[in-house]
Design a protein around this ligand. Structure first.
Ligand SMILES: [Mn+2]
Length: 324
């Protein structure tokens, strides 16, 4: 029997204990198709900290999500077994131990056979998540962000910040750079050659300006071509959205996606073999009226819908009927 959200016609949305999308909180990922979990950790943040508070606020705003996607008609909670498995264990005062705990927590979800969908946390959290998800083979990557996050070191020789996770992920063989696309990149940069390293590895760095001229349909067709049929991770940095619509984030950059464009792009992930995903960098201390947490919760719902449909398709028509 699949888990369903608490019915808002029985218990109003503002009542009850807060969980992702009002799903049950379960002890572990055993038996789940998709595990929703929080990563309350911003140990890699170089400037405006606060993403550690993201999961709690995204849970709260996710109480606005309903059962059915209004465009695709997808009913994710009927197609797949989905629940909130709580927050990962973290360590706010030790970077290496923090990352080790995140890797172990996601490792348990992957070992249980569930697809991990994490709510951050800053973008460094994606590195230990990828260490768990890509343990057996490198994955493709569709990365929505204002920043490439492929810098090398900060403050001397420190290799781990939320500006470096994808450089480390390529170096560690977790991500196949030739099956990687970064969409929405913009803003001032440290050096003229800041994106040269990424391009030299084969990463497709797609600037916001190109997105504006080509549009979401063409850009996502290219993204699907780049990642192909293979296992792919989707990382959604909320700072890819324009700060007028998502102000609560550590490194805002004007000139970003509208929430509507972001929704459209996630819907166009249909057909991609998504083996894990995250929504990161929601920072409630900088938020206004919960707007950014709502955007994060809604992007997570959009991801849940495409992943649930893929889960059902993999199971085949008989399995899907049995689950409903
Ligand atoms: Mn980022």
């Amino acid at each position: 029997m699949n888990y369903q959200p608490v019915d808002a016609a029985v218990v109003p949305r503002f009542a009850g204990v807060s969980t992702f999308m009002r799903l049950p909180l379960v002890a572990d990922a055993a038996g789940l198709d998709i595990a929703l979990f929080g990563i309350p950790w911003d140990g890699g943040t170089t400037n405006r900290a606060g993403a550690r508070h993201g999961p709690r606020e995204v849970r709260s705003q996710s109480s606005l999500m309903r059962r059915v996607h209004h465009v695709s008609g997808i009913e994710p909670f009927s197609l797949a077994r989905i629940a909130d498995v709580g927050d990962l264990s973290v360590n706010p005062i030790d970077l290496q131990d923090g990352m080790a705990r995140i890797e172990a927590g996601v490792g348990a979800i992957v070992e249980a056979g569930a697809i991990p969908l994490g709510i951050g946390g800053d973008h460094l959290t994606t590195l230990p998540v990828l260490r768990a998800v890509a343990r057996r083979r490198p994955v493709g990557l569709i990365h929505f962000d204002a920043h490439s996050d492929t810098n090398d070191t900060y403050f001397g020789n420190n290799p781990y910040t939320h500006g470096t996770p994808f450089r480390r992920a390529v170096e560690e063989g977790l991500v196949d750079p030739k099956r990687t696309i970064q969409i929405g990149i913009r803003g001032s940069i440290y050096d003229p050659g800041e994106h040269d390293w990424a391009r030299a590895q084969g990463i497709r760095v797609l600037y916001m300006e190109e997105f504006v001229s080509r549009g979401p349909v063409e850009v996502m067709a290219e993204a699907r071509r780049i990642v192909g049929e293979g296992a792919t991770y989707v990382s959604f940095d909320i700072d890819s959205i324009d700060p007028s619509m998502a102000p609560g984030t550590g490194t805002p950059e004007i000139g970003g996606f509208s929430t509507r464009e972001a929704q459209q792009m996630v819907r166009l992930l249909e057909g991609v073999d998504i083996v894990g995903a995250d929504v990161v960098e929601v920072s409630p201390p900088f938020d206004v009226a919960g707007l950014t947490a709502l955007a994060g919760a809604t992007m997570a719902f959009e991801l849940v819908c495409v992943i649930a449909r893929a889960v059902a398709a993999r199971r085949g028509p008989a399995g899907a009927a049995a689950m409903a």
